[in-house]
Design a protein around this ligand. Structure first.
Ligand code: ADP
Length: 282
């Protein structure tokens, strides 16, 4: 069943209006406490599904996380993907391009970080920064960033043709919630290091970012690489929604453990017969 997958999906090639999505949405749940059993069940299930993908070693999953500052990208990685075996997963953050990165095309640094077969890869920010921050701050002319929607769609199609499944999540928070989270950081010694004046400086560009996100989501949500708008004012609901979508999608892939490469009966006879006799003797 694709319940949350369908609910939060951005219809391919649609016009997105983020104003119509309630960032406070929490479905039927009253509170974190009442949602906890469901969150834990999906978390466990996600661990199993990743193990299956790892064992199958045929395809891979790319998860892109985008959102404004304090939208919860780090928290999502910690809470949703914490259930996943680190051996089958890579996480890559995309910051202001280094000198070497800036000397290449914008997809170069992302292509290097896509998942190998059997693996999950998480992008904390992604190639979409090049049609978001770059657009909002005019870091390149419009005629350059405008072409990037086609480049991104072609890139994601290439990955898909190589059995990389792609799911992209926009973490949708309100301006008030962002400010509340910034303030919380000031009062929390464990998070004061995260405070940056640059984050506050982005707030006057809120509407310009909204427009850039809406365009990117609408133009680049494809059947083979869908975008989801996740109500993210409640961190626990964000975690529930993303883990549920991941589980729904991965379950539908109907992955199978590979057949054993040996004859199990032969192995048992050859190596476990003695063990059995020993235990029978006890
Ligand atoms: P984060 O907020 O991801 O934890 P930082 O505080 O270092 O980490 O922010 C990374 C910054 O890098 C963000 O402001 C983001 O917009 C910026 N950035 C990412 N990719 C690009 C890019 N291609 N061009 C310009 N800036 C970028």
């Amino acid at each position: 069943m694709m319940d949350y997958f369908d609910k939060f999906l951005v219809a391919p090639d649609s016009k997105v209006d983020l104003g119509k999505v309630d960032p406070d949405f929490k479905d039927k749940h009253e509170s974190h406490k009442s949602a906890l059993p469901e969150i834990q069940a999906y978390s466990e299930k996600l661990g199993e599904l990743q193990h299956l993908m790892y064992a199958e070693n045929k395809r891979s999953l790319l998860i892109c996380l985008q959102g404004r500052d304090a939208a919860g990208k780090d928290g999502t990685i910690n809470h949703v993907l914490g259930a996943v075996n680190p051996q089958g997963c890579t996480v890559t953050g995309f910051k202001v391009p280094s000198k070497e990165e800036a000397a290449h095309d914008f997809l170069w640094r992302c292509h290097k970080a896509v998942p190998a077969k059997g693996q999950f890869a998480i992008f904390n920010r992604s190639h979409y920064e090049d049609v978001l921050v770059v657009r909002v701050h005019n870091l390149v002319p419009k005629k350059i960033w405008e072409r990037r929607f086609d480049h991104i769609n072609a890139f994601e199609e290439l990955l898909h043709d190589n059995d990389t499944h792609i799911l992209k999540f926009f973490l949708h928070i309100s301006p008030d919630e962002e400010l509340r989270r910034f303030k919380e950081r000031i009062d929390d010694p464990a998070r004061q290091w995260k405070i940056s004046e640059a984050d506050y400086a982005e707030r006057p560009y809120w509407d310009a970012y909204t427009e850039a996100f809406e365009d990117a989501l609408g133009k680049c949500s494809k059947k083979h690489a869908p975008w989801f708008v996740i109500p993210a004012n409640h961190k626990w609901f964000r975690n529930l929604a993303i883990s549920k979508i991941l589980c729904e999608y991965l379950t539908a892939l109907d992955m199978k453990y590979p057949e054993p490469t040996v004859n199990l009966e032969d192995i048992k006879k050859k190596y476990h017969q003695a063990e059995k006799t020993e235990s029978e003797l006890e």
